[in-house]
Design a protein around this ligand. Structure first.
Ligand code: PAF
Length: 283
């Protein structure tokens, strides 16, 4: 497995693969890998001839009061896991290599980025789309794999790729969960034992809403059921519960008459967890 710490090294590595006619996939990550990431890597392995994983904790997508400095990192373990999965190259630049000095250009998808998580975290998606564009430009992949857990992120990236005619395919991978239903996240390790126990309220509330969806409920009934289930976790600080059109992320009201995505962000202490589920009307 090749480890590339510079853009030049990464570019040279991909250039050789492309000359040989190989199909190259990239899995962008911020490291501290878990089974959710491994699912993305395996899908990339099945889809292409060569797989690159990028590991870069991107400062521009963290707000001033967010957890950049405490974001978990474990380079050695990450590399061992990726090696075991047969990843061909890892791109892991430091911040200086990635951004240099004097950068003044951003990539932004204002509509989809300004709602939901984007409204709670101003600038977050601008940081994501800018770094993902840079990663695509450096690794020049034929396809990239992202988790559906970060539903809005995936929607924003798909729109960016469409709007800017980026020559690659974006592939979504279903959320990977712990045995009790908690969506896997690098942040889970920072939950206290009590918060970890209560955090399953997120997936439970989504299960309850999905079950209710079978009886043609209103959007308002679904939201109330989700909030009711979340309220059973006494330490859950619910930041947002949203039910949106699964494609446009626009608000929905009244009858559930088309596919919708249920989205939630819940804080346990200092740890912000998100989860999502797409549901369709019973018919
Ligand atoms: O989903 C993530 O881990 C990050 O937002 C990404 C896509 C690697 C960009 O930094």
């Amino acid at each position: 497995m090749k480890i590339c710490r510079t853009k030049a090294d990464m570019r040279e590595t991909v250039r050789a693969w492309k000359r040989a006619g190989l199909r190259v996939g990239v899995v962008p990550t911020m490291g501290f890998l878990h089974d959710g990431h491994i699912g993305l890597v395996r899908l990339a392995r099945e889809t292409g001839d060569r797989v690159i994983t990028t590991i870069f904790v991107n400062p521009t997508q963290f707000g001033p009061n967010e957890d950049l400095s405490t974001y978990p990192r474990n380079e050695e373990r990450d590399l061992a896991l990726l090696e075991a999965e047969g990843v061909d190259a890892v791109f892991m630049p430091n911040v200086e290599e990635m951004y240099g000095a004097g950068g003044d250009t951003y990539v932004e998808v204002p509509g989809l980025s300004g709602v939901l998580q984007g409204a709670l975290r101003p600038g977050h998606f601008r940081g994501v789309t800018t770094v993902v564009t840079k990663l695509f430009n450096i690794t020049t992949p034929d396809f990239a794999v992202f988790g559906e857990k970060d539903y809005q992120q995936l929607a924003v990236i798909r729109q960016m790729v469409r709007d800017l005619d980026m020559p690659l395919e974006i592939i979504g991978h279903p959320t990977v969960r712990e045995a009790d239903g908690l969506a896997m996240s690098s942040r889970n390790v920072r939950l206290t034992p009590e918060h970890r126990r209560e955090a399953i309220a997120l997936s439970r509330s989504l299960d309850r809403a999905a079950e209710l969806a079978l009886s043609a409920p209103s959007i308002e009934t679904l939201e109330a059921a989700i909030r009711d289930e979340l309220s059973k976790a006494s330490s859950a600080d619910v930041q947002s519960v949203d039910i949106r059109d699964a494609v446009t992320l626009q608000d929905m009201t009244g009858k559930l008459d088309r596919p919708a995505v249920l989205l939630m962000a819940v804080r346990f202490g200092t740890v912000l967890l998100i989860d999502q589920r797409v549901i369709a009307p019973a018919s």
